[in-house]
Design a protein around this ligand. Structure first.
Ligand SMILES: Cc1cc2nc3c(=O)[nH]c(=O)nc-3n(C[C@H](O)[C@H](O)[C@H](O)COP(=O)(O)OP(=O)(O)OC[C@H]3O[C@@H](n4cnc5c(N)ncnc54)[C@H](O)[C@@H]3O)c2cc1C
Length: 464
């Protein structure tokens, strides 16, 4: 055996698992096919600008003074990091904007509650009951039977509009299921977004990745970039070794994959496509990133950090019939966090649900044309929310699509939240091959980091 553990994929979950194992003296090899780490939440440079692939915001904000053992504190403790390492700055104010009602929220849950009482006075008591249900649920039970969040919420909240509005931001930031969420996942996302809230480091996702990568290396972990795993060689239900694109074969008694459940099983040398019960994820997005010439944000008095909008009162969270759905989406303004000094660039990001099959079927010319359509669609969305915005204010833009996500991270269908068939306890049909990250089921940046930590603890450290 060359290593004690091999980790496939250096996204947030792979980096976090790697730190845990290396910290406890395991000889661990972290293999990443891309030339940078970060995966779905990485970064790149284009047109002279530093751009984040994914980051709108980190969830689960807690102040440096708050010592409660929140998920963020757990991460700091488990990874032996300090609060100031991430230099997080809280959001200003975000909004859920539907046809008939809007709700503002920030990182003070009492503010959200007061908004709720104002906009949905008839639901005040029901909302308290929902909070009791949320607080009494053990969302970290890895063996819990799945439960529909929509069913639970609508059995307590009697105004359907409020149910839709609550599901909207939580689905966008962490659901692999169409038009619903698993209730445990709803509880995780509810706490992480409404109880704790959003933040962002001044430098964006580079800061987060930099901290994790540095820690991994300090602990003695080996990171192999530009290295793709081509197959996982199975013998009698055990992963004997992995073969890299270079042809090199390496082995370890246990392997952790963070590339997705189906993506991992597809690499298994004994994979039987027809017998595999895991269904591919189908929820993907387009995102348009704009750098603006002038500070229209301040001039227009626009202080929203994130707007989750939906043009009707029924939230549609599903693969759209059309190539991209502009009737619902997310607008993020990275400038609207409480930094000490303003960001150098004025940035807006617009995210919309997209049909991966249609994007996948396009030839090069049509793909280019459709990307231009996304540009127009996203501009029209911004015009509705920021008075005075127009195309002439755009200095630079970039668009990514389900194809981009697929190409750079290997996720089938460019499905950002993976399959709906999660492996909550991280096991697979192969005895020594485990899953962490997206398809273990804790989603988003904090979720992925927690997933890496939990699965490393459970299957690599505790049971040895
Ligand atoms: C557009 C967008 C916006 C987002 N916004 C936010 C946000 O604002 N806040 C938030 O909390 N979350 C956000 N997310 C979600 C968040 O990025 C993910 O949930 C999280 O990063 C998943 O991490 P992971 O480690 O599970 O998986 P991944 O990031 O997918 O990591 C898997 C890694 O495996 C590598 N890999 C794949 N195949 C192979 C192979 N064969 N060999 C070697 N390496 C391989 C990939 O290159 C990748 O680096 C966003 C995602 C996207 C796409």
């Amino acid at each position: 055996m060359n290593y004690d553990a091999i980790i496939i994929g250096a996204g947030m979950s792979g980096l976090a698992a790697g730190i845990r194992l290396a910290y406890y003296g395991r000889k661990v090899c972290l293999i990443e096919k891309h030339f940078v780490t970060g995966g779905l939440n990485s970064y790149y440079r284009r047109g002279g600008y530093n751009l984040d692939v994914g980051l709108h915001a980190m969830t689960n904000y807690c102040t440096p003074q708050n010592k409660t053992l929140s998920p963020f504190r757990k991460i700091l403790r488990q990874l032996r990091l300090k609060h100031e390492d991430f230099a997080l700055r809280p959001q200003k104010v975000s909004k859920i904007c539907f046809k008939s009602a809007s709700l503002n929220f920030n990182n003070d849950f009492n503010y959200f509650k007061s908004q709720l009482h104002e906009v949905f006075p008839s639901q005040t008591d029901n909302f308290e009951k929902l909070l009791e249900r949320i607080n009494s649920h053990n969302e970290l039970d890895l063996n819990a039977a799945p439960l529909s969040a929509r069913l639970v919420i609508s059995s307590i909240i009697t105004d359907p509009l409020l149910t839709e509005m609550l599901l909207c931001p939580l689905s966008y930031y962490g659901s692999a299921c169409e038009n619903d969420m698993e209730f445990g996942q709803f509880v995780i996302m509810f706490k992480s977004i409404f109880y704790e809230g959003f933040s962002r480091p001044y430098e964006g996702v580079r800061k987060i990745i930099g901290v994790l990568e540095k820690k991994f290396k300090e602990c003695g972990g080996e990171l192999r970039l530009k290295t793709e795993v081509k197959s996982i060689n199975i013998e009698a239900d055990n992963a004997r070794s992995i073969t890299l694109a270079s042809g090199e074969e390496i082995s370890a008694p246990k392997i952790l994959s963070t590339i997705g459940l189906l993506e991992t099983l597809t690499l298994a040398s004994d994979h039987n496509r027809t017998a595999c019960a895991v269904t591919p994820g189908k929820l993907s997005f387009t995102e348009a990133i704009f750098i603006l010439k002038d500070d229209i944000i301040s001039r227009a008095g626009y202080d929203n950090t994130i707007i989750f909008y939906n043009d009707s009162d029924k939230f549609s969270y599903q693969r759209p019939a059309k190539i991209t759905n502009y009737k619902s989406g997310v607008i993020c303004c990275p400038n609207n966090f409480l930094y000490e000094k303003p960001l150098e660039d004025i940035i807006l990001r617009v995210t919309n649900m997209a049909n991966c099959d249609i994007w996948h079927s396009l030839d090069a010319a049509e793909y280019k044309k459709q990307k231009n359509e996304v540009l127009t669609g996203a501009i029209n969305v911004i015009k509705r929310f920021i008075p005075g915005f127009n195309e002439n204010l755009i200095k630079f833009h970039d668009i990514f699509t389900p194809e981009t996500v697929k190409r750079f991270t290997g996720h089938i269908n460019g499905a950002v939240y993976g399959t709906a068939d999660k492996s909550k306890n991280g096991t697979t049909r192969i005895r020594n091959l485990f899953i962490a990250g997206t398809d273990q089921g804790f989603l988003g940046i904090i979720g992925a980091i927690l997933s890496g930590i939990s699965i490393a603890n459970l299957h690599f450290l505790m049971n040895e």
